[in-house]
Design a protein around this ligand. Structure first.
Ligand code: ATP
Length: 382
């Protein structure tokens, strides 16, 4: 087990693509860190630099306190699990798992018995004992991925690196295997860096999640902190499904937020003192960020207060079981959503006008002129 510390790390590919820009990350021993962000944001490049598969253009990478920029991948004592499993098709599960140890048996000072013991222990942990003699083609996708994980476990590495390991699995298996990876981490406690573009996977797995965009870290924090206190509009919009609603408006009289949708009447919200104070005397447009669950067709206690509702038009309705997502339009724009209890949504019909109450205490204010910065966070978090 190990700490992994990146200090001002950048990557410029030979063709000039600046894939990672000056990122610094202090990963604790035993921590589970998830790198998440849209395609092309630099997650895989970062992981491959940690693995030693990609050269670092500038900055330093230290594993367990030792700078390893120039250390070969095989000498970094790190095991990587890839999206495509990368199993040897002609070898049995047992051989696939034992292979890397057998190749370096003398160097690692391992006896055949010790290798056998490690493979069987890993197989038992992963529920693969009955499959040790099979070839990969006779396994399901989930089982293949477990073999790939097993191959990493037997090496007893200082850290695990996972590159989108669940992308090839169907939705149900993805959720099951996700839970297995989490159980495995609780059991082995090995420092783990995990790459995914799926924010839900990131939220459920990470001790901390690192949200990236265009090669830059936007926010690094525990999942709930990222969800409840996103530092900017990008993070707020990326984490959470359906995404946060953004309403552009202007402040009037210090506390009223006026939304002026095109071709429809203005709507006025009375901001709570906390939000009004953050806005100061801003004369420019600001963006009010409202999570779908902070909207409700019912004016329950949480949503009470004067001037806390929006007049909207109902769009698509998506039942989810105990909850329902009600999509809606405000003026000409129809990209908003409210998540509410199914019991509150029984009477709502597509295209009907609808009053939605907002729990304004749970909202955020963003400044579009300042990179979408969340100005409603305490100063130390911005
Ligand atoms: P994805 O989720 O699609 O895998 P990612 O966040 O992992 O994306 P990277 O694969 O790290 O992103 O790519 C970051 C940027 O670097 C992208 O613009 C990509 O096109 C570019 N890139 C990746 N590999 C190379 C390469 N070998 N040569 C040049 N550019 C590259």
């Amino acid at each position: 087990m190990a700490t992994v510390v990146l200090h001002n790390v950048s990557k410029v590919y030979p063709d000039g693509v600046h894939a990672v820009r000056n990122i610094s990350l202090d990963i604790q021993d035993r921590e589970f860190i998830v790198l998440v962000g849209p395609s092309g944001c630099g997650k895989t490049t970062t992981l491959r630099m940690v693995a030693g598969l990609e050269e670092i253009s500038s900055g330093t990478l230290a594993i367990d306190g030792r700078v390893v920029n120039a250390v070969a991948p095989k000498d970094r004592d790190i095991a990587m699990v890839f999206q495509n499993y990368a199993l040897y098709p002609h070898m049995s599960v047992y051989k696939n798992m034992a292979f890397s140890l057998q190749m370096r048996r003398r160097e690692l000072k391992l006896s055949r018995r010790q290798i056998d013991q490690r493979v069987r222990e890993a197989a038992a942990i992963l529920g693969l004992t009955d499959y040790l003699d099979r070839r990969p083609k006779a396994l399901s996708g989930g089982q293949r991925q477990r073999v790939a994980v097993g191959r990493a476990i037997v090496r007893n590495p200082k850290a695990f690196l996972f590159d989108e390991p669940l992308s090839n699995l169907d939705a149900k298996l993805r959720v099951e295997t996700r839970a297995e990876i989490k159980r495995l981490h609780l059991r082995l406690n090995t420092t783990t860096i995990y790459v995914t573009h799926d924010q839900e996977e990131a939220m459920t797995l990470g001790d901390r999640i690192v949200v990236m965009k265009d090669g830059v870290i936007q926010q690094c924090a525990p999942p709930l902190e990222v969800y409840e206190r996103p530092v900017n509009m990008f993070v707020a919009g990326f984490v959470g499904t359906p995404p946060m609603n953004f309403f552009t408006g202007c402040l009037k009289n210090g506390a009223d937020f006026i939304i002026s949708p095109p071709n429809s009447p203005c709507q006025q919200l009375r901001l709570p003192p906390r939000l009004a104070a953050c806005a100061g005397d801003a004369q420019r447009p600001l963006v009010l960020g409202v999570r779908p669950e902070a909207l409700s067709p019912e004016n329950t206690g949480r949503f009470s207060g004067e001037l806390n509702s929006l007049q909207v038009r109902t769009g698509v309705i998506e039942p989810l079981g105990d909850k329902v997502d009600v999509h809606f339009a405000l003026g000409g724009q129809d990209r908003f959503a409210c998540r509410t209890d199914s019991a509150h949504a029984g009477q709502i019909k597509p295209t009907d006008p609808l009053t939605l109450h907002i729990s304004l205490d749970h909202c955020h204010l963003f400044d579009p002129d300042d990179g979408g910065r969340n100005i409603s966070l305490p100063q130390r978090m911005q």
